[in-house]
Design a protein around this ligand. Structure first.
Ligand code: SF4
Ligand code: SF4
Length: 373
């Protein structure tokens, strides 16, 4: 395991962090996962008040293990007044069984309304906790748009950021760069699952990434970037940890062999999509029907270029169901109004491509692992 400084928090975190959204089966399983994670050199656990019993299970496991040397991050929703925030913090401390919370993140700073909450007494209360040393570092997670992410970073209120960023979704690259420039810690959310269900990749993707497994390729691509501190790794059982962590000591720049994978992936994308390649410039937004055109077409790109259809269906099935956690309506809402067309520098026939994507990717909707607000 290698370790990196978590920006101005000063913490020296393992380059993989144990995310506990998936360890929800029971306290015994979580303890086994935690023990194995520690044995692999992981020194950072990430949880949230909203992850069901996760905090309570972690608290129990920490007690059973005699409070090992670990850093903890928990998250609370950016909502409510000072009293509400106080309750959230006290409950998290109680469930986790700790006096001090090393890192607290606002969970899902996703919208302009959440940004406005930063000017309320709720946020001031968090800052008071930090001044008193009850909270070590303050950060935020976001599933929102790049402008919201950048605005939150620019407030200067936060020591670290948790965000989505992988080889297969590079939209947030400017936020990673800006956070690193401001000496903030950068935590990558779910690079394996929401990053492409890379623990069970399609054959086409495996061939393109060979000799690396696509999961390891994506991890290496992320770890080769010094501005990124740590990647979340989830595990439902202790045995699931060994495979992802096989690259936990590889943080150097991409080797020529790894760079060749990047080149192959890029050229496969160009070849498969040709003139219908959505280059993710986001110029087409906004859509009056609230269709997240770039994200629908990103899933289409991945499906056609790498056969990532199962992943495409998984994410597509969330449109219209997850609110600000995954914004946008299903693509069959398109009315052919044509507003997006002149804005697309690639001159894509957006409504036709959306219809195609909808017919390929619509399927059974999946329940979410936890229900945020
Ligand atoms: S044509 Fe369809 S996708 Fe484009 S702006 Fe109109 S409704 Fe939205
Ligand atoms: S403007 Fe065109 S290329 Fe850019 S994201 Fe929208 S559809 Fe894709």
């Amino acid at each position: 395991m290698r370790y990196r400084r978590f920006g101005r928090t000063g913490l020296n975190l393992s380059v993989f962090s144990l995310g506990t959204m998936r360890c929800l089966a029971d306290a015994t399983t979580l303890q086994a996962v935690l023990e194995r994670a520690i044995a692999h050199g992981i020194n950072h656990i990430e949880t949230a008040a909203a992850y069901g019993a996760s905090e309570a299970y972690i608290g129990r496991a920490l007690r059973a293990l005699g409070y090992p040397n670990l850093w903890l991050t928990t998250k609370i929703l950016p909502a409510g007044d000072a009293r509400h925030v106080q309750q959230q913090i006290e409950q998290s401390r109680q469930r986790l069984g700790v006096d001090r919370l090393d890192c607290v993140a606002l969970h899902g700073l996703n919208t302009p309304e959440h940004l406005a909450w930063l000017n309320t007494a709720g946020m001031a209360t968090l800052q008071q906790y930090q001044q008193q040393g009850i909270i070590g570092a303050l950060g935020f997670s976001s599933h929102g748009s790049l402008p919201v992410l950048l605005a939150a970073i620019e407030t200067g209120l936060f020591d670290f950021v948790n965000l989505h960023y992988t080889y297969f979704q590079q939209r947030n690259a400017p936020a990673v760069a800006r956070a690193a420039a401001l000496d903030m810690g950068v935590f990558i959310i779910s690079p394996a699952d929401k990053g492409g269900q890379l623990y069970r990749p399609p054959r086409d993707l495996q061939d393109l990434c060979a000799p690396l497994h696509p999961l390891h390729w994506n991890y290496r691509w992320l770890l080769s970037q010094p501005g990124i501190t740590t990647l979340s790794v989830g595990a439902a059982t202790a045995d699931e940890l060994a495979f992802p962590l096989a690259v936990a000591d590889q943080v150097e720049p991409l080797s020529p062999e790894e760079q060749a994978v990047a080149d192959r992936l890029a050229s496969a994308m160009e070849q498969a999509l040709g003139a219908e390649y959505c280059r993710q410039c986001y110029e087409c937004l906004p859509c009056p029907e609230d269709i997240h055109i770039p994200e629908v077409l990103r899933l289409r790109n991945l499906t056609l270029a790498y056969n990532m259809e199962e992943f495409g269906k998984y994410r597509y099935g969330m449109f219209g169901r997850a609110g600000h956690w995954f914004p946008g309506q299903p693509a069959d809402r398109c009315t052919d109004c044509g507003e997006c067309l002149p804005r697309c520098p690639s001159r894509l026939e957006i409504p036709r491509l959306l219809r195609q994507a909808h017919s390929q990717l619509q399927g059974q909707s999946r329940p979410r692992l936890w229900q945020g607000i």
